[in-house]
Design a protein around this ligand. Structure first.
Ligand code: PNS
Length: 162
């Protein structure tokens, strides 16, 4: 039974990986609704546009009715409040994630003490998996099957077709 109402799972998702999806699935067992929120980051050099990233996520979570995909800009805490959520969801894969996540969680707490960041761990087989490595492997022609969902494999193949 899900006990909490709504969580916002923010990120760049460039592109969404099976590790992200594992986290979303776990969150659906805790929260009644999960909003996956893609940051519109104009500074960051992204492989996929926000629209592409949102669409890839939508296709990948189509079997999960309690999951919504959206895009946001500005401060995360403002977006979370606009959605009337109280929980921010993030994944921790390894100790190396901890410092960055700790800083963000505490900054967000300073900005919005009423919000809580919740951390979940993905399956251990995804510990080494990151969007950055997926982009690099795909760019260099390596296989990404099993690391990202089928819609992402299709678009990566299109993007890097020689
Ligand atoms: O997947 P990422 O790139 O690690 O996600 C980072 C993200 C999107 C969660 C973070 O950059 C963010 O929340 N950006 C929004 C701007 C903001 O609120 N900054 C202050 C947070 S400490």
């Amino acid at each position: 039974m899900t006990v909490e109402k709504l969580a916002v799972y923010p990120g760049s998702f460039d592109p969404v990986t099976n590790g992200h999806l594992d986290l979303v699935r776990r969150a659906t067992g805790i929260f009644q609704k999960v909003v996956v929120a893609v940051l519109r980051n104009i500074q960051k050099d992204c492989l996929f546009t926000v629209e592409e990233r949102v669409e890839l996520l939508r296709e990948s979570v189509s079997g999960l009715p309690s999951v919504e995909v959206d895009a946001f800009d500005g401060l995360l805490v403002d977006y979370v409040r606009r959605k009337k959520a109280r929980h921010i969801l993030r994944g921790i894969r390894a100790v190396s994630d901890f410092e960055y996540e700790f800083q963000m969680a505490l900054m967000n707490r300073r900005l919005a003490p009423d919000l809580e960041t919740v951390f979940l761990m993905p399956r251990e087989e995804y510990t080494y998996l990151s969007s950055r490595l997926v982009r690099e492997v795909a760019r260099l022609g390596g296989p990404v099957e099993g690391l990202v969902p089928p819609p992402v494999i299709r678009l990566l193949k299109e993007r890097f077709r020689s």
